[in-house]
Write a protein that binds this ligand. Structure first.
Ligand code: MN3
Length: 389
């Protein structure tokens, strides 16, 4: 599979910029579209370096500013209409889906329906609409390559193997910055504490999700849709060094793991070059230098969000979509200082119980469930001013 024409949804974000780093280290790749929310300065630089066919800007003020000031000679589109153009461009053979949040779902689905392979960094696409995405991918014979260290690890382990011979997927989790923080101290966790991740440099939403372990919960849901094993055969183990990126256990008890330094460029390069490992100059792992790898069972009392993900998967229908939407709001409210750290999972849990689920959802049901869950959560937080404050 040679991917030669690539578009990036969210090219100025953490995954987007790292993808462009990988592409600048790869031969013969042409960029079709780049998109940003509002970071037009960086977009301008990217246009100069990569000369895409066009760009999309989601923020209207930023769009107007870019249009008047830019030296870029290609197409300049605004908002959802722009995303539709990106998703409809038939010459694109790989879409890097790295928008943040639910905004990534529809453009990704549209690209799949237009027979474009997807490298998926946007978690919400599979979390909110896994069933629909899988059906669309199957119907259109489209491949989905995960851009996430854990799922990329599993995909690398599975290459050359038969999924029917796999007994268990074992996702590793760093445990985040509060692995060793006692539960009694969770009440006083600040925004700065939570944004300080020990191993990975990422955007703020996913960094908070790592601190609450919702990130791992969302990854369990993603793994469920990507690899098709039953929920009970997807395990999580805490591995603070983030060197083993995930493992698969076969029916004969053999375990296969993928290791490496924590660097998102590796899963990005694998997604672009699948099933090949092409030469890149990235820093090599030295296990003797690392010395010790440790593992623990996850603590569901400290990190109830992880349990909530399994619960939502079992409930099915729009439950995972609801959990994801509620969590986006609670994380946002935490970052705004409106609720405290513990309230993220408390409100997530409350809303998952309270908000009604729709079974066998259509994409319209998903969009409505997402919108509705946000409204209910926002209203709840407003009415209570948080739980404990
Ligand atoms: Mn991950």
């Amino acid at each position: 599979m040679e991917h030669r024409n690539i578009s990036i949804l969210g090219s100025t974000g953490s995954i987007g910029t790292q993808t462009l780093d990988v592409i600048s280290d790869t031969h013969n790749i042409k960029i079709n579209y780049l998109t940003t929310n509002s970071n037009v300065e960086l977009l301008e630089e990217q246009c100069t370096l990569f000369t895409p066919k066009g760009v999309v800007i989601s923020d209207y003020e930023a769009f107007k500013q870019f249009k008047t000031k830019t030296n870029f000679k290609g197409e300049i589109h605004f908002g959802d209409d722009g995303f539709n153009i990106v998703a409809a461009e038939k010459s694109t053979d790989l879409l890097i889906s790295s928008l943040v949040g639910f905004a990534g779902v529809i453009p990704t689905l549209n690209a799949i329906n237009n027979n474009i392979d997807v490298a998926l960094a946007n978690k919400e696409t599979l979390v909110a609409a896994g069933e629909i995405i899988n059906r669309a991918a199957k119907n259109n014979n489209v491949n989905i390559f995960p851009i996430d260290s854990e799922h990329s690890a599993i995909q690398q382990c599975l290459t050359g193997e038969k999924i029917g011979e796999v007994e268990k997927l074992i996702l590793t989790a760093s445990g985040g910055p509060f692995l060793d923080t006692p539960l009694e101290k969770f009440d006083s966790i600040t925004i700065e504490d939570a944004l300080n991740h020990p191993n990975w440099t990422m955007g703020s939403k996913i960094t908070i999700d790592s601190a609450t372990m919702m990130n791992k919960g969302l990854e369990v849901i993603e793994a469920y849709w990507l690899f098709g094993l039953p929920i009970e055969d997807i395990d999580v183990i805490i591995h603070p060094q983030s060197i083993i990126h995930s493992m698969i256990q076969f029916v004969d008890s053999s375990v296969k793991a993928q290791l490496g330094l924590p660097d998102m460029k590796v899963p990005i390069a694998y997604a672009i070059n699948f099933p090949h490992h092409k030469p890149y100059p990235y820093k090599r792992m030295n296990l003797a230098e690392i010395g010790i790898l440790t593992f623990f069972e996850p603590d569901f009392n400290k990190f109830p969000n992880l349990k909530l993900a399994y619960k939502a998967l079992e409930k099915g229908g729009t439950s995972c979509c609801i959990l994801n939407a509620v969590n986006e709001i609670t994380v946002k409210k935490f970052l705004e200082g409106k609720i405290c750290f513990n309230e993220i999972s408390e409100i997530n849990s409350l809303m998952l119980d309270k908000i009604e689920t729709t079974n066998n959802p259509s994409i319209q049901d998903i969009i409505e469930a997402d919108k509705n869950a946000r409204i209910i959560t926002n209203e709840y937080i407003k009415s209570t001013n948080g739980i404990s404050k």
